[in-house]
Design a protein around this ligand. Structure first.
Ligand code: ZN
Ligand code: ZN
Length: 374
């Protein structure tokens, strides 16, 4: 099995180095190992070959991306097989037969760990009925992983750098020859990362990330309801190997209200009215989200009748329309009557034309009669 040196290590640049930084590093090394300078030293000649090879890949953004994802295997694949449709040109490397198979079988298998997006986070936020209807700003506190500021996420202690993994030479994978074929496996030493920490950062123990409490301002638009999910892009946990941050999802829960119930963008309020109010009609005051309104109860209103106050409900979360406020009246039978009131009600009953005054009662009696005679 061959150990391959990491191209970035060869040029002495970081994995995030710009094209200009790579070019400068290359020029410096090419100058240093030039035969004119070294007088044809064999070791220097080898070095120059490495430097040229590394630069050949890293100077080309496509080849570099390919290398970042697959290590040298990806590059050799193009060179050996000539599959030009991978979006990068043939590297011109004279890959041995064994490498070709290795690459073929290794394609779907282990490879250097690619950039991984950070985890999404969830937060359950309870708001009052009125906050949900009107919209609100909240500050939420959550504990989430952040890139360690002491080591800038490298995991290496101050003054040290992550080193190319000595086991796999930075490729993140190791090869094992079995008979005719060789099998590629994720490197156990660096777990495919291609780098190892020799002196771990004390704050993050070499993981490159720490858990921190964070206060976030969240703006809830008017009209949120239980079950509304808000996405705060990029407020999740940091990615790995340069991957993007995850998102934060806020799940809204609306606490019940003493007066109102919610039905989509409509709000429902049940209001008791007295039996005389229901019988002769009245104008009553009803609560609304912003204060109060007047509602005319017509004479002869039955318990359970619904009245719709247009536009006094919750604003649609998309901001266009308002729902309605629906008043459900409940006719309350009086209790604790005085002797005088009882007497008046008896007189009232005696004077009533039952047939005309109580249509529900009349219909019921008719049904009853049909049941017993039919
Ligand atoms: Zn750290
Ligand atoms: Zn390794």
């Amino acid at each position: 099995m061959t150990k391959e040196k990491d191209f970035y290590e060869i040029l002495g640049v970081s994995r995030t180095a710009s094209e200009e930084e790579i070019r400068k590093a290359y020029l410096k090394l090419a100058h240093k190992y030039h035969p004119d300078k070294t007088g044809g030293d064999k070791a220097a000649e080898e070095k120059l070959k490495e430097v040229n090879e590394a630069y050949d890949t890293l100077k080309n953004p496509q080849k570099r991306a390919q290398y970042d994802r697959f290590g040298r295997a990806g590059e050799q694949f193009a060179g050996a097989g000539g599959f030009g449709d991978f979006g990068f040109g043939g590297a011109g490397t004279d890959a041995p037969f064994e490498d070709f198979f290795d690459v073929l079988f290794g394609r779907g298998g282990p490879r250097r760990r690619a950039a991984t997006p950070g985890n999404d986070l969830e937060y359950r936020l309870t708001v009052t009925f009125r906050e949900a209807a009107a919209g609100t700003k909240k500050t939420i506190r959550l504990a989430r992983m952040e890139t360690c500021s002491d080591c800038s996420g490298t995991g290496a202690a101050a003054g040290s750098q992550p080193q190319a993994c000595p086991e796999c030479g930075g490729s993140g994978q190791v090869r094992r020859v079995q008979g005719f074929f060789s099998i590629t496996q994720t490197c156990g030493r660096c777990r495919g990362r291609g780098r190892v920490i020799t002196r771990p950062c004390s704050r993050c123990s070499g993981t490159g990330r720490v858990r921190v409490q964070r206060d976030l301002a969240v703006e809830l638009p008017a009209g949120v309801d239980t079950g509304t999910r808000l996405r705060l892009a990029g407020e999740g946990e940091p990615g790995d190997m340069g991957g993007p941050r995850g998102d934060l999802y806020i799940f809204v829960e609306v606490a019940p209200d003493a007066l109102f119930e919610r039905d989509g963008n409509d709000i429902i309020c049940e209001i008791p009215i007295s039996f005389p109010q229901a019988a002769v009609g009245a104008t009553i005051e009803v609560p609304t989200l912003n204060g109060k309104a007047e509602l005319k109860i017509p004479a002869g209103t039955q318990s359970g009748t619904l009245f719709r106050l247009r536009g006094l409900g919750v604003r649609d979360i998309r901001g266009y329309r308002h729902g309605d406020e629906i008043i459900r009246v409940h006719v309350e039978t009086p209790t604790k009557l005085s002797a005088k009131q009882k007497e008046l009600l008896k007189q009232f009953q005696e004077q009533s034309d039952i047939e005309a005054a109580y249509p529900l009662h009349r219909r019921f009696m008719e049904k009853l009669k049909r049941t017993f005679t039919g």
